[in-house]
Structures are given as C-alpha cells and as structure tokens.
Write a protein that binds this ligand. Structure first.
Ligand code: 8ID
Ligand code: ZN
Ligand code: ZN
Length: 349
C-alpha cells in the first residue's frame, strides 16, 4: 500500500542546501503515473537548479532529480500504455502538451508548455514521483535499476547529441567533459555507434576512467600546454575532429572548439555553463564550413533507443551508489569537479 508521507530532499531556497525531510506523497492526476523510485542519478543540471543559475524560472520549494528508475505503483484513469507493476523511468521531460507543432513532429523538448522533472515539477529525489504517462519511459524487466538510472538523462542526451552531430562510423568525436556523467556515457554510445573517441577532461582519475571506457586519446585540459594542438594531433592526419560534443560546465571550450574541429566538422553544444556564450571566429567558421548547433535532451523515441542500447549490454559506465540522504555531499563533489562518472542515489524502501 502507498503511504501518505515519504522522505525527500527538498531545496527550500535558491542556493540550497537540500533538506532531507518528510513530505506528502503526491497523487497522480488522470494522465499521470506514480512511480516508486528505487534509484536516481544526480545530474549537474540538479546543481544548476539548486543554484538557480539559469535564465529559466523554477519551482520552490523543489524536489530535484530527473534520472529516476523504479516501478509504477498507481495511475490515473487516462494513463495509457503503461501498467501498475511496470518498471519505468522518469526523465527531464516530465510532460508536454502533445498538441503543439513541436510535440506533433517529435520535437517535444521544444514544447513551450514542457514540464521539467526536478525543475518546474518535483522530481526523483523522493520515494514517490509523478510522471505523465505519455512521457515516462517503460524499462525492460531485466535491466538493473541502478545502472540504468543515468541513461534517463545523461544517456539519452549524449545519444541524441551524437546523432545530431551527423558523425558516421569510423569518424572521430572529441568529447569535452569526457570524465563527467554525460561524458562517460558519451564515450560508450560513441563506441557503440562505431565512432572513435578523443576524451578531454582534467586529472589522472578521469584519464584512467576514459582509457578504460575506450578513448583512443586523453587530453588533460589542466596540464596541456597547447590543447588545440594536442587534440588535432590525436585525430587521423591531424585534420581535427569530425564532431565535438561540448559537455563541460565552463565557457572556455565553447569558444575554442572551432579551432580543433575538422573542416566540415560539427560542434554540438550540450553543457549549460551559467552566463556563458558560444563564440567562434567568423573567418575560420566560414572557410572551414563548420556546423555549430545546440542539442537538448531527446524525444520519447530517442529515450526508447538509448535504453535499448543499454539493455543490449552495449553501455557500461562507472557509477557510485550512496543513500538519498547523502545528496548534499554529492553536490559538493560535483561543484569541485571531483566526480569521475556518475553518482546514483539509492532511495530508502
Ligand atoms: O539536454 C542537455 N543539453 C543537457 C542534458 C543534461 C545535462 C545538458 N546537461 C548539462 C548539465 O546541466 C551540465 O551543464 O550538461 C552539463 C554536464 O553535465 P554532467 O555531465 O552531469 O556534469 P559533470 O558530471 O559535472 O561533468 C562535467 C565535466 O566537465 C569537465 C569536468 O571536469 C567534469 O568532468 N570540465 C570542466 I567543469 N571544464 C572543462 C574543460 N575546460 C572540462 N572538461 C574539459 N575541458
Ligand atoms: Zn540531466
Ligand atoms: Zn507541445
């Protein structure tokens, strides 16, 4: 039976910290399901939300979290396509209108009415979370709920970003922020898609992880004397990377990527450092015919595909598991850039 109160991490004011406390269990609306969350990843977006550093209004008090894996325990009378007892994932896109031009053409992340888990609606840092039935992702019964949790944002996002880059099998992708949560998964999806990986991040712990994940080269941005030269040297013929995935939470690489992108290369901006600008020299961008674009999570089918890669055993990235009550410690490590891979929170029974 479903209790009336539950444990949650609640951000009560801008800047946090999250407070571990008991709050009511929400009731699903007609088109919603209630998911009993077993594990949830911690995305850097959750830290941006706590700090309130994006130009996008959020809910307060707020239960963060948008990589939640668990089981459906209740549903509204209009909730179709998913049953009580099914394993399900709650993603960043908690719901959308399903009727606008973007929703109708499978670009629902662009919906003006989009509801965002752990941002405009309460997310997965709690025992019971709500998702729109149309947007929760059904999970195969045989997947491990801890390992699959980070796929629900990080995995989907990097899978979509790689597709948006247009990079083809055999080509080289430079992954900036390769040692973080998105980056570790990006390396695995890139490999599974037949791409060659150059990992860019800082420190030896992340170097070791990237080498383990199959990167052909690791460029340390904290020690490299000439990062552009080092990245180019690691690409076939020294021509530069066919695609650059920008996942870092700092502005510099967003202004530097054009220098090590291959002519005709694509630069895909995904990381969201606060108050940052994408800047590129017009001359080089033009004469190298560079394609610079943004990529924002993925649509429902991207979610299904990203989970399918995982369920087939192609995606294995390191994660550490700690209890829900330790979220403030995870945020501290994340702020200091000390997390190699992802942290996953175990939700108490
Ligand atoms: O849909 C989207 N566009 C989307 C989806 C999910 C997350 C965007 N994001 C955003 C997050 O909000 C965040 O801004 O992507 C960014 C990365 O999220 P994350 O992977 O969850 O963060 P992390 O685990 O902290 O990893 C960031 C990595 O960047 C490295 C750090 O060392 C860390 O490993 N990094 C930094 I900071 N500066 C770097 C630099 N100059 C750098 N790596 C290379 N060069
Ligand atoms: Zn996220
Ligand atoms: Zn819409």
């Amino acid at each position: 039976s479903i209790p009336t109160t539950q444990w949650a991490q609640v951000v009560e004011q801008k800047g946090g910290p999250p407070i571990y406390k008991e709050i009511p269990v929400p009731k699903p609306g007609p088109d919603e399901v209630l998911v009993k969350v077993k594990y949830t990843g911690v995305c850097h977006t959750d830290l941006h939300a706590m700090k309130g550093d994006w130009p996008l209004a959020l809910k307060l008090p707020l239960v963060g979290g948008h990589e939640g894996a668990g089981t459906v325990v209740a549903k509204g009378e209009l909730a179709a396509g998913i049953e009580i007892g099914d394993k399900a994932g709650i993603k960043w896109l908690n719901g959308s209108c399903l009727a606008c031009e973007f929703c109708k053409t499978s670009d629902e992340p662009l919906c003006a009415e989009a509801q965002l888990s752990g941002y405009t609606v309460d997310g997965t840092f709690q025992q019971y979370a709500i998702g729109k039935a149309a947007h929760v992702t059904k999970l195969p019964d045989n997947v491990a709920l801890d390992a699959v949790a980070p796929i629900l944002c990080a995995g989907i996002t990097v899978y979509k970003g790689l597709k948006e880059s247009g990079a083809r099998p055999g080509q080289t992708v430079a992954i900036v922020g390769a040692g973080g949560g998105l980056g570790s998964l990006a390396q695995q999806y890139a490999k599974a898609m037949g791409l060659r990986v150059i990992a860019i991040d800082g420190g030896d712990e992340k170097r070791a992880m990237c080498e383990e994940l199959g990167a052909e080269a690791y460029v340390d941005f904290t020690t490299s004397k000439d990062l552009v030269a080092d990245v180019k040297a690691a690409t076939p013929g020294g021509l530069g990377a066919h695609a650059v995935l920008l996942l870092a939470v700092s502005e510099k690489p967003f202004q530097q990527a054009v220098e090590y992108a291959r002519p005709r290369g694509a630069i895909v901006a995904i990381g969201l450092p606060a108050n940052a600008f994408l800047k590129a020299p017009v001359f080089d961008s033009v004469v190298k015919m560079i394609n610079i674009k943004g990529s924002y999570v993925g649509n429902r089918q991207d979610g299904v595909e990203a989970i399918d890669f995982f369920a087939r055993g192609l995606i294995k990235a390191p994660f550490k598991t700690v209890p829900l009550k330790d979220l403030p410690k995870v945020f501290e490590l994340m702020e200091q850039g000390k997390i190699a891979g992802r942290y996953v929170l175990e939700i108490p029974e």
